[in-house]
Design a binder for this molecule. Structure first.
Ligand SMILES: [Zn+2]
Length: 57
């Protein structure tokens, strides 16, 4: 189950992050293979996804 509504990054076509929902948890996952830790807070998961896009390394 993927939330496709958060993929409008500014300019990072190689990093396509979606928020994967698993029960009460939400984890950002990127097309580059990166995935963030599961969070209960959607804004937090979104912020970590944005941080990954801003600083992929
Ligand atoms: Zn990425």
């Amino acid at each position: 189950m993927y939330d496709q509504g958060e993929q409008q990054g500014p300019a990072a076509p190689e990093h396509h992050v979606v928020l994967a929902e698993r029960g009460p948890f939400i984890a950002p996952r990127c097309s580059c293979g990166w995935s963030g830790p599961a969070r209960r807070s959607r804004p937090l998961a979104r912020a970590e996804a944005a941080a990954h896009i801003a600083h992929p390394g």
